[in-house]
Design a binder for this molecule. Structure first.
Ligand code: SF4
Length: 212
């Protein structure tokens, strides 16, 4: 990444961290993946039960690997062999000490947008786990809420669809067709505007492009 882009991300992050804190989120800015991994491990107590959903960014900073190797009770749905086991792991994540996720879009004003297929990820963000830790690259940050929703719908969701074989239009074209298919991955669009209890939702913003 160029110095110009680093400076751009760092300056925008100052505004975003201030605005997130004004909404009772905890927020930290880390310049790169290594710093973000160290901060995440500082925030997750050893021995904690940790669940996750939508964690490309956490994978990219090495956090999922560190949790699987370390002294944590990881609820890893990717290791489940059957749909039933996956569903059970999603339910267990609702009672985790820490739930890891990312954002599909963030407004500079401090609001987070997430889209979910089955709803387990956004459910855990809203209620259940004691702490929600959001790892988000600064590429997720948009100037306002409208553009954050637009990003989530037209960039994050069609890119996410590329991971699946389900027959949704964006899987073929890369463009959202606002579909109504049974396999649609955009069934819940959630805006998180504050954290209650104070500090329950924590952000680690990373000055790099992560996830989608
Ligand atoms: S086409 Fe359907 S599944 Fe794809 S992004 Fe749009 S609403 Fe979501």
């Amino acid at each position: 990444m160029s110095n110009v882009q680093k400076l751009y991300y760092e300056k925008r992050a100052k505004t975003l961290v201030k605005n997130l804190k004004s909404r009772h989120f905890d927020a930290y800015y880390c310049a790169d993946k290594e710093e973000a991994l160290a901060k995440a491990l500082e925030l997750i107590p050893e021995g904690a039960t940790v669940g996750w959903g939508g964690v490309m960014s956490a994978h990219e900073i090495g956090l999922i690997e560190a949790l699987n190797k370390g002294n944590y009770k990881a609820i890893d749905r990717e290791k489940c062999k059957t749909p039933e086991e996956k569903a059970e792991a999603a339910k267990q994540s609702m009672f985790a000490d820490v739930f890891l996720t990312s954002a599909n879009g963030l407004s500079l004003d401090g609001e987070m947008v997430n889209i979910d297929g089955q709803g387990n990820r956004v459910a855990a963000i809203i209620y259940g786990p004691k702490t929600v830790l959001v790892i988000a690259g600064m590429n997720k940050v948009c100037d306002d809420l409208e553009s954050a929703i637009q990003r989530a719908r037209t960039v994050a969701a069609p890119m996410n669809q590329q991971r699946f074989s389900s027959p949704n239009p964006c899987g073929v074209t890369g463009i959202c067709a606002d579909c109504k298919t049974e396999t649609c991955i955009c069934n819940h669009i959630v805006i998180t505007r504050h954290s209650r209890p104070v500090g329950r939702i924590k952000f680690i913003l990373v000055g790099e492009d992560l996830g989608f």
